[in-house]
Design a protein around this ligand. Sequence first.
Ligand code: MV4
Length: 458
Amino acid sequence: MFKKLLVANRGTIAIRIIRACRELGIPTIAIYSTADKDALHVRMADEAVCIGPAAAEDSYLNIPSIISTVLTYGADAVHPGYGFLSENGDFAEACLKSGVNFVGPRARHIRLMGDKPRARRIMTRAGVPVLPGSAGNGVTELRNAQEDAKRLGYPVLIKAAAGGGGKGMRVVRDAQELARLFPLARAESEAAFGSRTMYLEKYLERARHVEFQILADNQRNVIHLGERDCSIQRRHQKVLEEAPCPVMTKRLRDKMGKAAVRAAEVVGYSNVGTVEFLLADDGQFYFIEMNTRIQVEHGVTEMVTSIDLVKESIRVAGGAALGMKQRQVEIEGAAIECRVYAEDPDTHLPSPGVVSNHHAPGGLGVRVETALYDGYRVPVQYDPLIAKLIAHADDRGQVIARAKAALREYLIDGIRTNIPLHLKILDDPDFRKGDFATDFLKRYENVAEPPAATAAAR
Ligand code: MV4
């Protein structure tokens, strides 16, 4: 196993990784920006190194600075967490070139899946169902987009080839809208990803967003750990996720799971990953993209499978074989994750500030991952996700009741949070029936001016 692991992240995921390392007996190094000198991950790690100023580009995204810290402090492994450098092929390659283990897939797979039209092409060839869309490498010019849209039929969705998570995405319902929105989406993609390449997909309305957790070792063993329903999103920011998907059957899980495993197998994928599908109400499913990192919502899968995904990812990165076979994976009970954001519940604007009277809920089947403590100042520079409240129970009805009770117990002063929105969702009759799709949160939108785009969607 590793001698020392550098955690190239902050907040709740940095803490999650440090906890896994403690259990595995691996000492950790935290890195932090000047804005995070009082952060909990800094206090929890065995060593901590300030690597730069508050701006992420100068600290948590600064590859040379992180690599030199790795070498100076003698780490032999790096865990990137999610966001920041987690899906940066250059970072994975820089780690390899410095003789350090990157806890994640190989650079080749990060780059491959980061090129969405290429991923679609590979999946199509492998027999994984893919939505009708642009062929080849995608489109940069409006006239090519117009040709694709004509062939596909409206509505279509414009997506960024280098995107993922919804940035640069636009729904288009006719040719006029396409002419107006294509240049806007392309400009957004260029600003966010430095790429003018877009692609079109047939827009599937009222589908569910169902993603499969993949786990693979370096010996080509690949298994799936079942699915998560992530349909409840606001402006492509996930709000609440659950496992299993409320409409999943054993047969469909087996079929979608096999497709997800095949997606990983055809490219020789290793470590953790997520294969995202859209599930239509006729039971058809379509690959949309693959995420090559541990995800925020990994906790709901851990609760229903009793598998520690972070520990497994570290073990397999060290060369160990998978600790379990597909037939040993069982889905037990139901789990819900409520993402607690530091935001004004009415305007959705960020609500940074100093936290006081913090009391996180507890009890049987309640797990809270947070970097908050009394007196802590939530910095404005980073993602507003401040806590993940994960509930687990024997069935979906009971886990809804448990999540509601836990949310009502959560005390936090000094900042505003979206806890009131979670309580509304958990009381919503359609949510309680499991009858919802990607358009669900529209019903809780007020018509206020939308806030400026927030940190990277994941
Ligand atoms: C789609 C889609 C419908 N049709 N693609 C959003 C995030 C990204 N990973 C994939 N996403 C979607 N892609 C096609 N062709 C629906 C979503 C989607 C969504 C769209 C609008 C509002 C909320 C949504 C929640 C999840 C997925």
